[in-house]
Design a protein around this ligand. Structure first.
Ligand SMILES: Cc1ncc(C[n+]2csc(CCOP(=O)(O)OP(=O)(O)O)c2C)c(N)n1
Ligand SMILES: [Mg+2]
Length: 892
């Protein structure tokens, strides 16, 4: 392990080291830490110049970062806070134990909160400021598995009833219950941030802190010293997202951001780094990323021992142990600690000579000592210029004793036997007798008790209760008909892509007096791909430091303009980070009371496929806004091959209940969808968000054929009816996105070459049609005595004769899932399989979705129905130039 102090000097006398240390001490005393640091830095440089190869280490010794002499006085009533904390511990444990008595294996976690109680309580009593009229408040991301402790505190605060606690993990019980973890979707007045899919919250918190600055720099909210607190587990840091954006936080100097990592050295199965030291590993990662790192390792009981240790032996010894050994010490007796920890050196043994085994066992860790935790938090909130991470050492399952303290199985401990319950009760002084205690009742002291009075007074002084979610943004007033009108009119034959059409709308929205300022364009380094570079100069790219350089293209019209009040969030190549910005902007209506409207545009393949879990979290958080999947469509994006060509995202969007997914073909469809989306989300306050795919294939945009708005929004409408509706051979063709044009071409071929009159439908959203279908079925099932409702698809196709053929640039499952509500059999064409680096025409041939294959599918359906002869089909295959021995795109 990288402990500078643990490297053994070669042949150097201890006395020589002692002299060096003493002279440093005297500099420290006479001139202070800054001068001491300067000397050490000069020494390091001097050594380097003289060819001394100092090994790089971002680590400091295995000791508290804040020395006792710099520790501030603890401002609270420590004894009273301990009692309150004990009651919260008890109620948190009771919630889980009771829930599992009622329903075996309903789950819940005791040991996470048990280890983090002090970390939270110091925050609640002294730091977390609530949102008030005057102050925006701090933002707190609670570690998901610690939820019982947060509920238990809200119970003492009088915010949650015993009934609610009783129904922990059973929200469906009469009177409601409490969700397992923080879920704004399930508890919208309480939780703000879903954190339990580990790794998401650290990344979301970083972008939240940066978004807060963005709002300030753009003059949308006053600059304040509000903090973003983020609590996470040490095991959680293994998720790549956890540390994935830490350099952004330091680059942006986010001193409004504080991470608290609960280093209990354990995760679910066992130690996080049995053979190493997770704290030192995290320290070097965060220090390397230029964070302010505060280690809180040892409690106050250790201070006098350190004081006696003038040779630095104790710190050296502490740096030697691996976490597996530390974990063992936690569960061992004082005698074992004396022998195995202090016993490595007679001088160490001497240091603890006067102490009893019992007091050795009771030496607390830093994360369980409110004074140390307070000192760290105080230093963190006062720190300027960089984000802070607090690495707090704790014991997993603290206080559970034999029931799991420090044991590998503790994460899943949900049941305590009678002895264990009594022991816990005694250890934390819960006023329950032996008999009552085994019933594990919730316990709340009287309203006028000192505990409740104190707890309330503390929260009042911090502005109110936390966590609390409330919606404070004012709804939009306008309908924006004027804004979108021009896009309903078509492009006059000019060939444009839907992406270009969208960018045109975005440009216009940015100028709108009501919504212009609220728009937040977000792009992960693809603005040029989407033709958005003109916005660089007009809207500006947000940069907290403005632009310190003259851009290379300054003489061009569309130069790369970074500005402090820039509106575009140009995130660089991080879809996860961009999504985190989308979430921060899309929830600002609650977090900040500001209705920002994010438009996040990206390569569609790298959205639902790559960052689906963030999208799921966005849904849980009631995020509002528009995700634009650019370069969409498996065969519409030509040349890019199978990692880029997206035929999946509309299927992957299906599970997200409050996400509206559209695959529009024309500019007016996009305009209708966006205008209505703004109305629903920002005027009506609906908790939905949009996914719209846009393509890069240019074609003439038609004007809206009559009032088809309802059809566009509900998922389908008849775009172009057959000219000869009296024809004997009839068909209904369904197309989506760019494939709609293939369908229109097929309509022509069918009519001119085969005498088939086909209507063409634009299917804008299979998801909408599917949701309508399953909801209608469900309603009918639950209301058998009432007049049966009819699915939108069925109703729409009531007067639609002929065979049915659907084609899209996505998997065939999309049309298939609505086929049961269609009047007849449906033939589905789609793009199942791996893409190819090919041009559009070849791709559409390969995937069998071009006008030829739509024609063939239609004729084949007519043949199956006995409406045409086999010979017509054979001839068509020949005339259309279809290779019947071609490889199967699904598996080739
Ligand atoms: C993405 C993800 N993977 C796995 C889990 C399952 N899980 C829940 S808690 C846990 C261990 C947590 O350990 P740590 O982060 O150290 O937190 P502690 O409880 O020790 O504070 C695991 C693996 C999860 N919640 N999220
Ligand atoms: Mg842990």
């Amino acid at each position: 392990m990288d402990n500078e102090i643990s490297t053994q000097p070669h042949g150097m006398e201890d006395v020589e080291i002692q002299e060096w240390l003493e002279s440093l001490d005297s500099v420290l005393e006479s001139s202070g830490p800054e001068v001491a640091a300067e000397i050490l830095e000069r020494l390091r440089a001097h050594a380097a110049v003289n060819g001394i190869d100092l090994p790089f280490s971002a680590n400091t010794p295995y000791a508290n970062t804040i020395p006792v002499r710099l520790q501030p006085l603890f401002p609270g009533d420590q004894e009273l806070e301990r009692r309150i904390k004990s009651l919260i511990r008890w109620n948190a444990l009771a919630m889980v134990v009771r829930a599992n008595r009622v329903e075996h294996n309903i789950g819940g976690h005791i040991s996470t909160y048990a280890s983090a109680a002090t970390l939270y309580e110091v925050g609640f009593n002294h730091f977390f400021r609530a949102r008030t009229e005057e102050f925006e408040g701090d933002t707190v991301y609670f570690q998901g598995h610690a939820s019982p402790g947060i509920y238990a505190r809200a119970f003492l605060e009088g915010r949650l009833s015993a009934q609610k606690l009783e129904n922990f993990r059973r929200e469906l019980k009469p009177g409601g219950g409490l969700s397992s973890y923080p879920h704004p979707w399930l508890m919208p007045d309480f939780w703000e941030f879903p954190t339990v899919s580990m790794g998401l919250s650290p990344l979301m918190a970083i972008y939240q802190a940066r978004f807060n600055r963005y709002l300030e720099d753009r003059g949308m909210k006053p600059a304040t010293d509000a903090k973003v607190w983020t609590f996470l587990g040490d095991g959680e840091t293994d998720e790549p997202e956890s540390l994935g954006a830490i350099t952004l936080a330091s680059r942006e100097k986010l001193d409004n951001l504080i991470f608290v990592i609960n280093c209990n050295l354990q995760r679910l199965d066992g130690p996080v780094r049995g053979n190493g030291q997770i704290i030192q590993e995290l320290e070097s990662a965060f220090r390397g990323a230029r964070w302010n790192v505060i280690k809180v390792l040892w409690g106050s009981e250790w201070d006098p021992i350190f004081e006696r240790d003038t040779e630095g032996l104790l710190v050296k010894r502490m740096g030697e142990l691996v976490d597996g050994e530390y974990q063992k010490l936690v569960v061992s007796s004082g005698a074992y600690v004396r022998e195995h920890f202090f016993g490595s050196d007679p001088r160490l043994l001497q240091l603890v000579e006067p102490m009893s085994d019992e007091s050795l066992r009771r030496l607390r860790l830093g994360g369980h000592d409110p004074r140390k935790v307070y000192a760290a938090y105080k230093a963190a909130v006062d720190h300027k210029g960089s984000p802070t991470v607090i690495l707090a050492r704790t014991i997993k399952g603290y206080g559970l004793g034999e029931a799991g303290e420090g044991k590998n199985v503790t994460h899943q401990q949900k049941k305590l036997n009678e002895d264990e319950l009594r022991e816990f009760r005694s250890r934390f002084g819960i006023p329950l007798n032996d008999e009552d205690c085994i019933e594990v009742p919730f316990y709340r002291p009287a309203e006028d008790s000192v505990e409740i009075q104190y707890l309330r007074a503390r929260r009042e002084s911090l502005g109110g209760y936390v966590p609390k979610r409330s919606i404070r943004a004012k709804s939009l007033a306008a309908d924006h008909d004027e804004l979108f009108k021009e896009f309903l009119e078509g492009s006059d034959g000019r060939e444009v892509s839907t992406t270009m059409a969208f960018v045109g709308m975005l440009r216009k929205m940015l100028k709108d007096p009501e919504i212009g300022k609220l728009i937040v364009p977000i792009v992960p380094d693809e603005a040029r791909t989407f033709g958005m570079e003109s916005l660089f100069r007009t809207a500006g790219i947000y940069s907290s430091v403005g632009q310190k350089y003259e851009p290379v293209d300054v003489n061009t019209l569309l130069y790369y303009k970074e500005a402090k009040d820039g509106q575009i969030l140009e995130e660089g190549i991080t879809e996860a980070g961009s999504m985190a910005s989308f979430i921060a902007a899309g929830t600002a209506y609650a977090t900040h009371g500001i209705n920002t409207i994010p438009f996040f545009i990206y390569y569609s393949m790298f959205g639902f496929q790559r960052i689906a879990d963030f999208i799921w979290a966005a849904a849980d958080m009631r995020t509002r806004g528009f995700m634009l999947g650019g370069t969409a469509g498996r065969t519409t994006l030509s040349g890019e091959g199978l990692q880029h060509q997206d035929g999946n995202s509309h299927v992957l969007a299906l599970p997200v209940p409050n996400n509206k997914a559209y695959d529009p073909a024309f500019a007016y469809e996009i305009a209708v969808i966006i205008q209505d989306g703004i109305r629903r989300m920002y005027k009506e306050g609906e908790n939905i968000f949009y996914y719209i795919t846009v393509m890069n294939e240019p074609y003439a945009m038609p004007s809206m054929p009559g009032d088809v708005k309802e059809g566009i929004l509900r998922g389908m409408y008849r775009f172009r009816p057959a000219t000869n509706s009296k024809a004997k051979l009839r068909a209904q063709l369904f197309g989506s996105g760019a494939i709609l044009n293939e369908t229109l071409r097929a309509q022509e071929i069918l009519e001119t070459k085969y005498g088939v009159a086909a209507d063409v439908w634009s299917v804008t959203s299979y998801k909408e049609l599917y949701f309508d279908g399953i909801e209608t079925e469900r309603w009918n099932r639950l209301h058998p005595g009432e007049k049966a409702r009819v699915p939108y698809v069925t109703k729409g196709l009531a007067d639609a004769p002929g065979v049915l053929v659907a084609a899209s640039d996505y998997l065939k499952t999309l049309p298939n899932m609505i086929s049961k509500w269609m009047p007849r059999r449906l033939a589905s064409l789609g793009t199942d399989g791996f893409g190819r680096s090919e041009g559009r025409a070849a791709l559409r041939d390969f995937f069998e979705v071009d006008s030829r294959f739509i024609t063939l599918a239609t004729l084949h359906e007519l043949f199956v129905d006995g409406r045409i002869e086999r010979s017509v089909l054979d001839k068509a295959i020949k005339d259309l130039g279809i290779n019947t021995d071609k490889p199967n795109p699904v598996i080739s």
